[in-house]
Design a protein around this ligand. Structure first.
Ligand SMILES: O=C[C@H](O)COP(=O)(O)O
Length: 262
């Protein structure tokens, strides 16, 4: 089956709700202007929590051809968890996606694979698609251990999920050494690990599930490198950080299919 490419812009801790309006409107206009074909790629923004209601109102009110979601979710359903946001709260805002286990959450908030697994289950329980982020640091890459390391993270994140749940997931392979550094992995690097992720899912749940799950690459994706990355057979999209804050860049990335492979 054909997997629809997903281009997701992770704004991280950037843009307040007023600035969010400007970016989302300009992005929608630019895509409209350039005659973006929504059948060729799904475009999603992942703003900070404080922007979500505003983005929802704009996207739904103006019927923009953009999806939206959040950057994190609590493992808990509700209660005394100061500062946390539940999956049900995100579902009420019609979030379609939520990233879980981003390397910055792992690094700055001590999140491990077991917690990522519980967060993914919380999202799925509320009908939200988790974008599960995995990927190795520089030392692991230099030691040549990037594939087994990343697959161990994958196994932990998928523990206890049904084949049906796994089929609907998005997995984002983000080598930590390529995030925000300008040090993009080569298209072959991305393909190697994305293919290994799909193959592992095939071992766990069979080829049909492996064929449905979308595997993204993330790490210094820009308009000038996205086409070559997207040309890889096991890369189904990109999780974009810095470049998603620049409308022209993210619009071009979203229209990767119209760019030359260089
Ligand atoms: O979630 C996005 C990734 O962390 C990539 O960020 P970046 O495109 O700024 O390298």
């Amino acid at each position: 089956m054909a997997r629809k490419p997903l281009l997701a812009g992770n704004w991280k801790m950037n843009l307040n709700h007023v600035e969010a309006v400007g970016l989302v409107q300009k992005l929608a206009w630019t895509l409209e202007d350039k005659k973006h074909d929504p059948d060729k790629s799904e475009v999603v923004v992942l703003p900070p929590f404080t922007d979500l209601r505003t983005v929802q109102t704009l996207v739904e009110g103006d019927k923009l051809k953009l999806g939206f979601g959040a950057q994190d979710v609590s493992e808990h359903a509700g209660g005394a968890y100061t500062g946390d946001i539940s999956a049900a709260m995100l579902a009420k805002l019609n979030c379609s996606y939520v990233t879980v286990g981003h390397s910055e959450r792992r690094q700055f908030h001590g999140e491990d694979d077991a917690l990522v697994n519980r967060k993914a289950k919380a999202a799925l329980g509320a009908g939200i698609t988790p974008i599960i982020c995995i990927g190795e640091g520089l030392e692991i890459r230099q030691a040549g251990e990037h594939v087994p390391y990343t697959l161990t993270q994958l196994d932990g994140a998928l523990d206890g999920l049904s084949a049906e749940q796994v089929a609907g997931l998005v997995i984002a392979y983000e080598p930590v050494w390529a995030i925000g550094t300008g040090e993009v992995a080569t298209p072959q690097d991305a393909q190697e690990v994305c293919a290994a992720i799909r193959s592992r899912i095939g071992e766990l749940h069979g080829p049909e599930v492996a064929d449905q799950v979308r595997v993204l690459y993330g790490g210094s994706v820009k308009a000038n490198n996205v086409a070559a990355i997207m040309a890889q057979p096991d890369v189904d999209g990109c999780l974009v950080g810095g470049a998603s804050l620049v409308v022209e860049e993210f619009a071009a990335i979203s229209r990767f299919y119209a760019l030359p492979v260089i």
